[in-house]
Write a protein that binds this ligand. Structure first.
Ligand code: SF4
Length: 155
């Protein structure tokens, strides 16, 4: 987590979107997000990976949401620890007064419009991850890295 002192409202961003190798495969999301880099220089960005914050290791098994539960391809139910990650994320937002989050699309934690369908076949469906669901339930706006312009209108 990176916390810069700034009087301006802060934005929560998925750590993997800004070069942190925290994904299940030990990688990060290769995105050119110049706007976020600028906001980071302005001290507006708080980075967090909810899954590693909950104690999951890097690397870790891929997980997808199936019938509301988070499961690995081997059938292990990971829902509890993903909910823990969501709760830690909400707590961070509430502590820092964060009302806007930009989270990585398609993730079972961070997805906001699309997630994988639970078949581990690469098929995406409309849906959202556990972090997004909890943040939205508490009035925090969540957008993906694919909707940056829309997100920044909200600022
Ligand atoms: S939980 Fe979110 S921040 Fe962490 S690797 Fe997955 S998409 Fe990135």
């Amino acid at each position: 987590m990176t916390d810069y002192k700034s009087p301006k409202p802060k934005i929560l961003v998925s750590a993997c979107l800004m070069g942190k190798p925290v994904r299940y495969d030990g990688n990060y999301a290769h995105k050119e997000l110049d706007l976020l880099t600028k906001l980071q220089k302005d001290g507006r960005i708080v980075l967090l990976c909810p899954e590693t914050a909950a104690g999951l290791p890097i690397p870790r098994p891929a997980a997808e949401i199936k019938k509301g539960q988070v499961v690995t391809s081997g059938g292990q139910d990971m829902t509890g620890i993903f909910i823990t990650g969501a709760q830690k994320t909400l707590q961070l937002c509430q502590t820092q007064g964060i009302k806007l989050a930009i989270l990585k699309e398609n993730s079972p934690s961070c997805g906001s419009k699309f997630i994988y369908d639970g078949s581990f076949s690469g098929t995406k469906i409309e849906g959202s991850g556990k972090v997004t669901d909890l943040l939205r339930a508490h009035g925090i706006r969540v957008f993906s890295e694919e909707d940056l312009a829309e997100a920044l209108e909200f600022l």
